[in-house]
Design a protein around this ligand. Structure first.
Ligand SMILES: CC(C)(COP(=O)(O)OP(=O)(O)OC[C@H]1O[C@@H](n2cnc3c(N)ncnc32)[C@H](O)[C@@H]1OP(=O)(O)O)[C@@H](O)C(=O)NCCC(=O)NCCS
Length: 176
């Protein structure tokens, strides 16, 4: 399994994966155009030549990143790929000098497994004021705010491709 920066040739597979989970309500729906714009900040997990999973790191604040658009293709669950993708995003955050990575998620046990802990959503004001305030789900949001504080001993890198591609997104309005 290899985790590397996404390429234009991956776009169809990324669109299909996001569509699949968006239809289940697990991810926010994303147009092909928005995913194309998002491509430079996506990492992909490849098994042989197949895209087995995707992740993005969004720069929420100067020193705070957010794991977004995390998905593992159905045939590849429970093989450690999701955790490796989170490690990749965390490693990218560390390279960028971030001190914290957050996630707003329903996959609480999975993110706890990845070293995140539950925090009050008010502790992430940038997320609240940029994404949450205009969200129709605000009053009945079932996502849990989680964070992982980064230290110098956190993963050196989960990217075994040798790429130094920074998957840092400042694209506004692109959420989970
Ligand atoms: C959540 C998701 C990314 C996990 O990917 P995965 O590759 O199956 O997870 P991993 O194999 O890396 O799991 C790592 C650990 O977390 C556990 N885990 C995985 N999914 C879990 C879940 N839903 N609940 C509890 N534990 C879970 C695994 O059992 C494993 O623990 P173990 O090593 O003790 O066995 C995947 O289920 C997915 O794509 N879900 C749909 C999209 C989604 O919800 N994305 C998250 C948006 S925030």
């Amino acid at each position: 399994m290899l985790i590397r920066a996404a390429r234009l040739s991956d776009l169809d597979d990324i669109v299909n994966l996001v569509d699949y989970y968006a239809a289940q309500g697990a991810l926010l729906p994303r147009s092909r155009e928005s995913l194309l714009e998002y491509l430079p900040v996506l990492g992909v997990a490849c098994v042989d030549s197949e895209i087995a999973g995707i992740v993005a790191l969004h720069q929420l604040e100067t020193k705070v990143g957010e794991v977004r658009t995390l998905a593992v293709a159905p045939g590849f669950h429970k093989q450690g790929i999701g955790e490796k993708l989170v490690q990749y995003a965390v490693a990218q955050a560390e390279k960028a000098g971030m001190t914290k990575v957050i996630s707003f998620t329903r996959q609480v046990a999975f993110f706890q497994h990845c070293g995140f802990q539950i925090v009050a959503r008010e502790t992430v004001p940038a997320k609240y004021f940029i994404d949450c305030v205009g969200c129709p789900m605000l009053s009945h949001c079932d996502e849990v705010a989680m964070e992982r504080v980064l230290t110098s001993t956190t993963f050196s890198s989960a990217d075994d491709s040798g790429s130094s591609h920074p998957i840092i997104s400042k694209v506004a309005g692109i959420g989970q």
